[in-house]
Design a protein around this ligand. Structure first.
Ligand code: ADP
Ligand code: X15
Length: 405
């Protein structure tokens, strides 16, 4: 087991990894549930007299969502209720100067850690521990805290490198989400288990599906995930998104094979959209059958009404419904129909229900579906999927190894 912040000595200088990865709309970072959850851990730490420097990422290099963390610091400050400083450097001189000035109760956000070469380098945890990023920052702090459960599935330097060389602790979000999501994997259900899978991170979803044969009876697909499954059936539909580069183009052949294998294995246990919706000339919602999608293959932003009607009965007859990823671009009201239609059915059904995904779990509050109607809203997407399959999380392994040293 790992150590938690309950095991910390008082008034320490802490380097903490959080996950503030959020949607970015025309350059404006959108608040999501992750800020509020991490703010609780931060507030507790500064109340105890610690000084906290935060490491986090936003987007992936080369994507529109790959921006600095300046706005994140402001959003976080609103949630913490205290000043949160930002420095446009992760481990350069400017960052080290700002870190040197940190006093008890201060909070500082370091620059997007994916803007360093070390973060995403293909290295072992031990090699990450020897990187400049880790070797420069570690001596400035008494301990490392990882609260970023939703990025725990990525074996990156800020996640697995620091526990190699520092006393390391799990934050509240990390500990609570780990405990809850791991417990779902051990749960036994007497009746039907349905999984709703959507969003844009197709590779994470397909990898998890390969390992959910025993756990899930019916898969209901939407979002870009659903579109790529439809494409493998010969429909001309689908688009590359910032989070899934190449899936549709250069690595399609490889992906198609994996998708076909999954489809062959599950057969009718996979439900695909029969209709999809796009924006018409006057901004209105236009719904079309998937057979008719070829004229606008890359414009579909939601599943259609008939699809929702076909998916709802599966939800109503289920004993458990596990959701990961949105069925459409729910951030735009006219394309929220699919995600909200299915989530409303989940909310109204007396089933065990979990909604995962930093973006997807936001739908529940955005559309007043009632948090109390769901058993658990996880701020994690990929990490939650990994937990459901029983696969280990690199962040947790690193924290456990540090606790044993
Ligand atoms: N058809 C679509 N086209 C583009 N984006 C989509 C589509 N359907 C869903 N999405 C987007 O998927 C996002 C959530 O996907 P993802 O990042 O995989 O999940 P999460 O962050 O919840 O784990 C939402 O923000 C939604 O806008
Ligand atoms: O948003 C995240 O994952 P999620 O969308 O699976 O919840 C994490 O911040 C990980 O980001 P990444 O998928 O770019 O590595």
């Amino acid at each position: 087991m790992f150590n938690t912040i309950d095991d910390l000595e008082p008034e320490q200088r802490l380097l903490m990894r959080v996950d503030l990865n959020a949607p970015v709309d025309d350059g404006a970072v959108q608040d999501n549930r992750r800020f509020a959850r991490h703010a609780e851990t931060i507030a507790e730490l500064i109340d105890d007299g610690h000084a906290v420097a935060l490491m986090a990422h936003q987007g992936r290099p080369g994507r529109d969502t790959f921006v600095t963390l300046e706005q994140h610091a402001d959003i976080l400050a609103d949630h913490v209720g205290e000043d949160v400083d930002y420095v446009p450097s992760t481990y350069g001189d400017e960052a080290l100067d700002a870190i040197a000035e940190l006093e008890s109760g201060d909070v500082l956000v370091l620059e997007n850690v994916r803007m360093t070469d070390d973060e995403l380098a293909d290295r072992t945890p031990e090699e990450h521990g020897e990187s400049d990023l880790v070797q420069t920052l570690a001596p400035e702090f008494d301990a490392y805290v990882n609260d970023g459960y939703s990025v725990a599935h990525r074996p990156h330097a800020s996640i697995v490198g620091f526990p190699q060389v520092m006393d390391s602790y799990a934050g509240r979000v990390m500990a609570e989400e780990y405990e809850y999501n791991t417990s779902i994997e051990r749960r036994e259900f007497d009746g039907k288990v349905t999984m709703v899978l959507g969003g844009t991170k197709v590779e994470d979803v397909v990898a998890a599906m390969e390992n959910l044969d025993e756990k899930v009876d019916q898969f209901l697909l939407g979002g870009i995930v659903g579109q790529l499954f439809l494409r493998s059936e010969g429909y001309e539909i689908g688009i590359d998104t910032p989070e899934g580069p190449g899936l549709y183009d250069e690595s399609w052949d490889e992906n198609e094979d994996t998708i076909r294998e999954v489809k062959e294995r599950y057969g009718d246990r996979i439900s695909l959209p029969v209709d999809v919706a796009r924006e018409g000339e006057d901004g209105e919602r236009v719904t079309e059958r998937v057979e008719d999608a070829a004229d606008h293959p890359d414009e579909y932003l939601d599943v259609g009404e008939e699809t929702v009607e076909a998916y709802q009965p599966h939800v109503r007859e289920s004993e458990a419904v596990l959701v990961k990823g949105a069925l459409g671009v729910f951030e735009m009201e006219q394309f929220s129909h699919g995600t909200v239609g299915v989530l409303r059915a989940v909310a109204e059904t007396d089933c065990y229900s979990v909604v995962g995904g930093g973006d997807t779990s936001r739908t529940v509050t955005m559309y007043d579906l009632g948090e109390e109607n769901f058993d658990h809203l996880s701020i994690a997407g990929g990490a939650y999927l990994r937990a459901l399959t029983g696969a280990p999380l690199p962040a947790v392994e690193a924290l456990e190894a540090a606790a044993e040293r």
